[in-house]
Each structure stands twice: as structure tokens, then as C-alpha cells.
Design a protein around this ligand. Structure first.
Ligand code: ADP
Ligand code: ZN
Length: 594
């Protein structure tokens, strides 16, 4: 419906503009050559003219070849008598006067247009997050979930036990507020959930409301920041008013960094509006009384850029980290989402959890859902390990693109490229084991080498990172060795190499020459300034980064030239089978090394 109105308004505007343009153009359609009054009189005297038209103070006529002339009659002239005497036919025209109504209407058109544009803009904007209640402009636009409707419970959130414990306390408070206030405990007004996207922050907030049986208002921070100054602030005011009226309740503000970014941090446009909104938010939070029984839960994945004022006591003074799940957590999340799906006996969730390092809860949920879809499509009646593996690849790298047209030559290059990655990783002790290599295109990648860590890693040592650099470069180097040519296919690898190498030198203090100091680059978009360094240091850093990459390059090249025969074998197998796994690579390597 919204789009219908938007389209309608656009067509109306186009029609009006066309109408205006048309009426303007219609006027001077006929071109008159203006001549001097004397010349006109000459023509009259010489009998060249036979008929003229008089309109106001101009006389016009046309000649035989259809050219139109006109002349202006001086005031107090006796032109009329003169013309009559000469026997010229005179036609008098009255000036066309538009009806007064039309005239007023025309003069109002620009203003009407403006009002119309404004009106439809207002209708169209800011609706994104809601969808629930239709609300007037300037209202909070929060989306309300009734306590009866909210079915999310803490049991639905898995693998984030610490966060759940903190949350459980808030649920207790909402259920029995008196118990807390009688004991003189200070109740948190704001809880900030921070962590990577898809780790279950929204889910946790919903679970609080669901467990406590209170209404849940949700709004996204980006909904506050509109292009019109003052609207964000009024929306905040409205939201809190609504919250207080419906207390006890949860107000959930997603993406709080959209409003709560460090003030005066530069940023791009709309700063006044954002600051006003943020100030209003702070004012409202300060105005909370303990017995308001409204708890604000906010979520962000950029807690580092939030304005410190937001985190002060009485505001979001409780901060709960919602981390990416570890192996155990992933297993629990997988099980939660597989509750209503038929699972085959061969499925071992522990193995699947091990094979999905770095996956967020949302990705795991997505994977289980994908598996159920694949199962249905394949006409099977339960999800097997094989289906899960397929679903994992899909979530990780996008759908297979079997229909993508790839030339034989491209395929060959890809096979060697991926073999390059795999073989370097294989030969370097301390790298993650190679799990699978494929040359079936997925998403934007032509091929893929997948490594799986044996155990969960929370930090990486220098050797591991260096091995990563070597492995990443292996693809490009294999192309160079075999085809003596470079392709764009390695672009992504190279970008990652640069990124890791620079971080090793500038952030993790892993270069001996630079030493254990950080030199973070600036982040102008979020108002984080870069660290100040001398020109000499900058040069040193560049030199160190380059050195590091060069050493990785040499190491990888050495491996691939030494084991050229193994590289050929793996590439050939890959071209035949398109996908090979750990055991198959192991077999090939063992054949060569006896
Ligand atoms: P965030 O708000 O942190 O970006 P969401 O809460 O929106 O993440 O997560 C999206 C979906 O992913 C959830 O609706 C849920 O299905 C799934 N999910 C994410 N984290 C978890 C978790 N810890 N336990 C169970 N499901 C999860
Ligand atoms: Zn590559």
C-alpha cells in the first residue's frame, strides 16, 4: 500500500510539472518580427497592408508568405484614424484574461506541490522496522509484541550461558519488582548487549520479555535518525512515554550505534539530528524512576564507538557480552534448532559443531533450516550428515553455481590455484588441517579450500598467522609456476594477505623492528582517529609489512616447487572429481612420499 501511495505521488508530481511546462510553452508559439512604428506607417501609406489585428497597444499582421509582424503603437498616436482612412480592415482582440479561480489556483501550485512532496516523504520514510502498528508521523514507530504473543523463552537461546545468567536476574526483577526494591537494590534501567551480528542479542531481549510476560517494544536505532531534524528526538520521547504507560515492559533498541555513536565524531551528515536524538535518549533515561519498571535493552556490534555518556551509571550501566558460540555452544544451538526436524541416526552434532568454527547462532540456525530444505528437495525423510555438510557449504559460501559457464582453461587454473592453497597448508606444520578442496563455483568464488581447526582457537600465534599468509599466497604462486601468468582470481587472497600482515605489524606487535606498539589506522566513518606516528615509523611499518609478505611468498613458493609432482597429481584429481577431501589428499601425498 505504501508503495502504491509513493508511486501515485510521483505520477501526480510528474503530471503537474508537465502541465506547467506545457502552459508555459504554449504562450509564445507564434514568432513576431517587431518593426519600428515609422516603418509600419510607411507600409500603410504604400498600401502594402490590407488587414491588421489590434490587441492592447500592439498592431500585428501577416504577409503573404505567412511571416508575422508587429509594432507597438506609441501612446497618443492617431494610428486608428489613419488606418481607417486608408481602408484597412481592423480586427480588435481583447487580451485573454484567465478566470480568477484558475489564476489563484496556478499561483498556489508550487506550494501545493511542496506540501504534497513533504507529505508523501513522511509517509514513506521510517516505516522499515515496524510493520506492526500504523503510527502517525513523529510517533515512535516502535514495534510492539504483546506478552501473550511473545513465545521466546530463555531455553530457546543456547550457548551463551554467561549472558543468560545476567539476563535471568532482570527477568526476576520484572516478575517481582517489589522484592528488589524492598531490599534496596538498584534496578538497572539499561542493559547493553554487545557482540557480533547474529549471536542472539535480539533473541535474548525477546526472551526477557517472554519469560517475564511483559510487552516488548522493539525499534532500530536507524529508525530514529531520519533526515529531518527534531523527529528522532520526538520519537524517543514518544517511545518512552508509551513504555511508561505500559510498564512493566521491555524497550529494545537494536543497532543503538546508529544514534549512540560518539558525539562530535565527524561521521557523515545528519549529525545535528543524531546528537539531538542521542541527547533526548540520555535525558529520558535519566528521568527514569526505579518504580517505572521499564527496562531498556540495547544491542550493538560496535560497542567501541558508543558515546561514553551512554554507558554511565543510571544509563546502560549493565553491559553484557554476547560472544560467538564455542564448540559446546554451537552444539547446543544446533540441537535447539533441530528440535522440530527429523534427524537421521548418523548425525553426530559434536562433529558438526567442530566443523563450524566461527559460525554465529544465526548461521547455525540458517544451516539447519537449509538442511531441512535440502532434505525435502531430495525427497528424503530425515536430515543426514551428508545433507548437513551440503547445508554448511551453502551457508558458508553461497549456493553452488553449477550452471556457471567456465572454460576448460579457467577450470584448470582454478584447480591449480586451489591445490596451491591446499598443498602449502598441508606442508606447513601448525596450520589448520585441510578439510576439503573444491572447484565447484559457489557464490562469487570459482573454487574453495577449506581448512578446519582441530581445536577452538581464541588467539593465534605468530607462526600460525605466518602460515596463513603462506597458504593464502599459495594459490597465486601455483598459477605463476604452472601458467607463468597472473589472474584476478587471487584478488581476495591478496587483500587478506595485506590485511593480516599489516595487522601483525601494526596491531599485534609482531614485528621485531617496529616492536610491541600499536599503530591503528584511522576509522573516519566512526570518528576513530588514527594513531599519530612519525614519517620514519610509517616507512618502517611499510618495510616490515612488505618483508613479512615477501618471506611468506618465498616459503610458499619453495614448498610448491619442491613438491611440484604432488601439486600436479592433486590438480588432476581435482579436475576429475571437482571436490576432494582430507583423506584423498593424504593418499596422494603418501604415494609420493612413500
Ligand atoms: P543479533 O540480534 O545478535 O544480530 P538475532 O538474535 O537476531 O541476532 O539472531 C537471529 C537468529 O539466529 C535468531 O532468531 C535465532 O534463530 C538464531 N540464533 C542466534 N543466536 C542464537 C542462540 N544463541 N541460540 C539459539 N538461536 C540463536
Ligand atoms: Zn585463492
Amino acid at each position: 500500500m505504501k508503495y502504491f501511495y509513493k508511486n501515485l505521488s510521483i505520477w501526480l508530481i510528474i503530471a503537474l510539472i508537465a502541465f506547467l511546462a506545457f502552459s508555459l510553452l504554449k504562450g509564445p508559439a507564434k514568432v513576431y518580427h517587431t518593426i519600428a512604428y515609422n516603418d509600419f506607417l510607411d507600409k500603410v501609406d504604400n498600401g502594402i497592408l490590407s488587414a491588421v489585428t489590434i490587441k492592447e497597444n500592439t498592431i500585428s499582421w501577416s504577409t503573404a508568405d505567412n511571416t508575422s509582424y508587429q509594432t507597438i503603437i506609441p501612446k497618443e498616436s492617431t494610428a486608428l484614424d489613419h488606418l481607417l482612412k486608408k481602408g484597412i480592415r481592423i480586427q480588435v482582440k481583447e487580451e485573454m484574461k484567465p478566470h480568477w479561480f484558475l489564476k489563484t489556483f496556478l499561483s498556489w501550485i508550487p506550494i501545493l506541490l511542496l506540501i504534497l512532496v513533504w507529505f508523501f516523504f513522511m509517509r514513506g520514510s521510517g516505516q522499515a522496522g515496524g510493520g506492526g502498528k500504523a503510527m502517525a508521523f513523529g510517533k515512535s514507530r516502535a514495534h510492539l509484541v504483546d506478552p501473550e504473543q511473545s513465545k521466546v523463552r530463555l531455553a530457546d537461546v543456547a550457548g551463551v550461558d554467561e549472558a543468560k545468567e545476567e539476563i535471568a536476574e532482570i527477568v526476576d526483577f520484572l516478575k517481582q519488582p517489589d522484592k528488589f526494591t524492598d531490599a534496596g537494590a538498584r534496578i538497572p534501567t539499561g542493559v547493553l548487549l554487545y557482540g557480533e551480528p547474529g549471536t542472539g542479542k535480539t533473541l535474548l531481549a525477546k526472551a526477557i520479555a517472554g519469560e517475564a510476560g511483559v510487552p516488548f517494544y522493539s525499534i532500530s536505532g536507524s529508525n530514529f535518525v531520519e533526515m529531518y531534524v527534531g523527529i528522532g528526538a520526538s520519537r524517543v520521547r514518544d517511545l518512552f512515554k508509551e513504555g511508561k504507560q505500559n510498564a512493566p515492559c521491555i524497550i529494545f533498541i537494536d543497532e543503538i550505534d546508529a544514534v549512540g555513536r560518539h558525539r562530535s565524531s565527524g561521521g557523515v551528515g545528519g549529525n545535528d539530528e543524531r546528537e539531538q536524538t542521542l541527547n533526548q535518549l540520555l535525558v529520558e533515561m535519566d528521568g527514569f524512576e526505579a518504580n517505572d519498571h521499564v527496562i531498556i535493552v540495547a544491542a550493538t556490534n560496535r560497542q567501541d564507538i558508543l558515546d561514553p555518556a551512554l554507558l554511565r551509571p543510571g544509563r546502560f550501566d549493565r553491559q553484557v557480552m554476547v560472544p560467538l558460540p564455542d564448540v559446546g555452544g554451537r552444539e547446543k544451538i544446533l540441537k535447539v534448532h533441530a528440535r522440530n526436524i527429523k534427524i537421521a541416526d548418523d548425525v553426530d552434532w559434536t562433529i558438526t559443531a567442530k566443523g563450524t568454527p566461527g559460525f554465529s547462532g544465526a548461521q547455525l540456525a540458517n544451516m539447519v533450516n537449509e538442511a531441512a530444505l535440502l532434505m525435502t528437495r531430495a525427497g528424503k525423510d530425515s536430515v543426514t550428515m551428508e545433507i548437513l555438510e551440503e547445508a554448511k557449504d551453502k551457508v558458508m559460501m553461497g549456493a553452488e553455481r553449477k550452471s556457471m559457464i567456465i572454460t576448460e582453461h579457467e577450470k584448470k587454473i582454478t584447480a591449480y590455484h586451489e591445490t596451491g592453497h591446499a598443498l602449502v597448508a598441508w606442508m606447513l606444520p601448525g596450520s589448520d588441517p585441510v578439510h576439503k578442496v573444491t572447484i565447484i563455483p559457489r557464490g562469487r568464488a570459482l573454487g574453495m579450500t577449506m581448512q578446519l581447526p582441530q581445536e577452538e582457537r581464541n588467539s593465534h600465534d605468530r607462526t600460525y598467522l605466518f602460515n596463513n599468509l603462506c597458504t593464502l599466497l599459495g594459490g597465486r604462486i601455483a598459477e605463476e609456476i604452472v601458467f607463468n601468468e597472473m589472474t584476478t582470481g587471487a584478488g581476495n587472497d591478496i587483500a587478506r594477505v595485506s590485511d593480516i600482515a599489516r595487522k601483525m605489524v601494526c596491531e599485534w606487535g609482531m614485528s621485531d623492528a617496529v616492536g610491541p606498539m600499536t599503530f591503528k589506522p584511522s576509522d573516519p566513518l566512526n570518528g576513530v582517529p588514527g594513531q599519530i606516528m612519525s614519517e620514519k615509523t610509517a616507512l618502517l611499518i611499510d618495510h616490515e609489512v612488505k618483508q613479512l609478505v615477501q618471506r611468506a611468498y618465498d616459503t610458499a613458493k619453495d614448498i610448491l616447487t619442491t613438491h611440484r609432482d604432488i601439486m600436479e597429481d592433486i590438480s588432476q584429481t581435482l579436475l576429475e572429481k571437482e571436490t576432494i577431501n582430507h583423506d584423498e589428499i593424504k593418499q596422494i601425498v603418501q604415494q609420493h612420499q612413500g
